[in-house]
Design a protein around this ligand. Sequence first.
Ligand code: PLP
Length: 430
Amino acid sequence: MPNRGPCQHFDGARRLPAAGLCESIRREEQTHMATPGTSRRGRVSQKASRFTESVIREMTREALKHGAVNLSQGFPDFPAPEDLKRAAAAAINDDVNQYAVTWGAKDFREAIADKTRWFLGLEYDPEREITVTCGSTEGMIAVMMATVDPGEEVVLFEPFYENYAPDAILSGATPRYVPLRAPDWTFDPDELRAAFNERTKAVILCNPNNPTGKVFTREEMEFIASLCREFDALCFTDEIYEHIVYPRADREVEHISMAQLEGMKERTLVVNSMSKTYSVTGWRVGYVLAPADITGAVRKVHDFLTVGAAAPLQRAGAYALRMPPEYYEELRREYERRRDLLLPALEDVGFKVFRPDGAYYVMTDISAFGFAYDVEFTRHLIQRVGVACVPGSSFYSRPELGARQVRFCFCKRDETLEAAADRLRRLQSF
Ligand code: PLP
């Protein structure tokens, strides 16, 4: 397999690697910030210069450009549930078309409270502890801006969902990274403890985890919780994949919310969304569950960031969150089936696969293919093989940590996964 040299960027453009924290990109952009002939002051903020555009979203554009099967960005290519679409259309026809209450329509907040009581067994007051946001993307940045002061630290497991690093920069937080190590993506308790100190404001937990597919065990969660209590830290937990967990023969896999653990509801901010559970990533409707005093701050930040999420889709959201338990079981089973379709296809052509216990991604090791970097491999895969994935480096603070990994998603129709499997066989012939 050819080694194509140490190229780190697609087409020489300044795009890759790592979302968030590329030093060379940062220096380069800062030098070019001022426009000649205007003033010496930069036209772009230092904050905005410190992270790149999203690599994940960029891979979707690359896939479109080259006609590649898109297994990069995590959105379903199958239809959303019919009755949910009808509920949304009905809401528009019923003229639910003006601003909802800033922190969320009452019926939607009540539906969130009911569903959370049913699924997690937790009580949240819709009037004081629930904020509806534009997806969990806005939920997480609103949470961070509402709680973190510049100079405070947030602990981040690495690899991480790429939004968290820019979120930290925008909120002024200093990230402290703690590695999750393949194949099981476990962390070293001593390393985690060493990341906490008196400046620690919060730990960010993505569970079930993107990109690794890890589902944190009760023991791991208890340990993280004990550190939060010891260091008086908050936990920001992204639970957008809460319904997507897969059984294992050797141990139980269950979704546990940090807010369910003893003494943790008071220091946990749960970020969640309709995007993945109801296959409506384009609706941009999410929510934050938090203690009342913090909810007040989250609502203020949210109000001035976006005013509110789409009113008719909140009405439809109230319908969605009252779906029967069978809906969630079917969702889970279907993703398990799709996982079991893609993983053997990847293994057959030489990927080392880290089998996910949850979410709908699989991280793989690409050492067998002989490329120097994940970015080169991804480019080859998109342009020559016709399948798009996400370079591993975009999930790490330092690109070299992910240089041997790429992530595929399997939230796609069978035809899409089969087309990808077909094309991947070409890898062997290059
Ligand atoms: N959080 C995680 C862990 C994700 O994987 C994604 C999307 O892939 C998001 C948040 C974005 O969610 P939303 O569409 O609700 O903004």
